[in-house]
Design a protein around this ligand. Structure first.
Ligand SMILES: Nc1ncnc2c1ncn2[C@@H]1O[C@H](COP(=O)(O)OP(=O)(O)OP(=O)(O)O)[C@@H](O)[C@H]1O
Ligand SMILES: Cc1cn([C@H]2C[C@H](O)[C@@H](COP(=O)(O)O)O2)c(=O)[nH]c1=O
Length: 202
């Protein structure tokens, strides 16, 4: 049986990586093979592209194309083989992030991202997408408590993240069959329970 493809989305600092790690461990405890991966990244080439994308200033179309180049490699080397052998793939960000950040945040036409998605993904679609929704100020407060140096995206202004958040709302509205919008201001334990319930039907 083909595996299941779960993606985690939201603005920076929403708490999706925390839940991604928790759900991967939870699924393993149920006996599933789980491939926990991330974008941009997930392959040696993808991780190199991630280093560039998070640090180097570039034209917005270059940024979009590199996101999809990393994604194409990720699908070919990791995601498709895992799903074919029956593993669950838990991916910290996927194509929705390109709509939210490169279109919503940066202002690239939605249709251009849709064309890249159609070319790169073919029929591949996540089975379940969790969008972690949170006010920008709350996410910023969470990030401020972490001492890490901020990357090129995390350094963006509030208005950028408001546009990214609005784009995620659009994605949730347009894809009700696969997207669950989660109130990410809840405690980690409350969100754990929501995820557990959501994946039970799979
Ligand atoms: N539900 C929660 N309540 C309070 N704090 C949380 C919650 N979930 C995560 N955090 C904390 O918020 C910070 C950001 O969490 P996390 O790294 O999971 O976010 P993220 O959405 O993956 O961010 P990024 O996209 O920047 O990697 C961490 O310090 C984490 O411990
Ligand atoms: C996949 C993808 C990611 N981004 C941005 C969003 C984040 O700020 C960074 C790195 O992700 P992380 O969750 O902080 O590890 O990359 C993007 O702009 N477009 C994309 O398609």
């Amino acid at each position: 049986m083909r595996g299941r493809f779960i993606t985690f989305e939201g603005i920076d600092g929403a708490g999706k990586s925390t839940q991604h790690a928790w759900l991967a461990a939870h699924l393993r405890s149920l006996g599933h093979e789980v491939v926990a991966t991330r974008e941009p990244g997930g392959t040696p080439l993808g991780e190199q592209l991630r280093g560039l994308l998070l640090a180097e200033p570039m034209h917005i179309e270059t940024e979009a194309l590199l996101m999809f180049a990393a994604r194409r490699e990720h699908i070919a080397q990791v995601i498709e083989p895992a799903l074919t052998r029956g593993a669950w793939v838990a991916c910290d960000r996927f194509a929705d992030a390109s709509f939210a950040y490169q279109s919503g945040g940066r202002g690239l036409a939605w249709e251009k991202i849709a064309a890249l998605r159609d070319w790169t993904l073919g029929h591949l679609q996540p089975d379940i997408t969790f969008i972690f929704d949170i006010p920008v100020a709350t996410a910023q407060e969470r990030l401020a408590k972490i001492n890490n140096q901020r990357d090129r995206f995390e350094q963006e202004q509030t208005a950028f993240f408001e546009r990214v958040r609005a784009a995620y709302h659009r994605i949730a509205t347009e894809n009700p069959q696969r997207v669950t919008l989660i109130d990410a201001t809840q405690s980690t334990e409350e969100i754990n329970k929501l995820l557990e319930k959501s994946i039970a039907r799979y």
